[in-house]
Write a protein that binds this ligand. Structure first.
Ligand code: HEM
Length: 131
């Protein structure tokens, strides 16, 4: 029952929810992630999460994960950040990214929750033009 509810929350969420391991390998992604980025689950699972972002983060994301492992310094975890995502077709779009850390028995995983903020940004830009 609880598991079924959890599964249905993941399935129906509007935000993309992605789980990676300490090396950045995507372990799972919900349906909203497929809609947002245009990749099928088969194209994402087992790949590095950097596939979802443009340069310079694309080249640096492994380093971000390593730095966090070494220093424990949080730059996004528990804070959130506006970042740029990259879809399968190469187009870029603004995202709000929240990351949290999940400790299981053996391993440390990270959960990312991503919200497409393109419309919010467009509205912001229009408002600015009015002033
Ligand atoms: C760190 C970008 C997705 C997990 C970072 C940092 C950036 C970044 C810029 C370093 C911040 C800094 O050093 O100041 C992005 C972009 C993404 C993305 C553009 C677009 C898809 C994800 C996802 C997860 C994730 C989906 C987890 C599932 C982490 C972790 C860190 C990190 C664990 C290091 C801890 C921290 O700095 O707090 N990311 N990220 N990232 N990211 Fe990502």
């Amino acid at each position: 029952e609880q598991l079924a509810i959890l599964a249905s929350v993941l399935r129906t969420a509007v935000d993309a929810i992605i789980i990676i391991d300490q090396r950045g390998t995507i372990e799972s992604a919900n349906i909203a992630t497929e809609r947002m980025f245009g990749f099928s689950p088969g194209e994402m699972i087992g790949q590095n999460v950097k596939m979802l972002m443009p340069s310079p983060d694309h080249e640096q994301h492994d380093g971000y994960l390593e730095r966090y492992q070494k220093t424990g310094e949080r730059h996004i975890i528990g804070i959130g950040r506006e970042v740029t995502g990259k879809r399968k077709d190469g187009s870029l779009f603004p995202l709000h990214l929240g990351v949290s850390e999940v400790e299981t028995d053996q391993r440390k995983l990270f959960t990312g929750i991503l919200r497409d903020i393109s419309e919010l940004k467009a509205a912001e830009a229009e408002l600015k033009q009015l002033n």
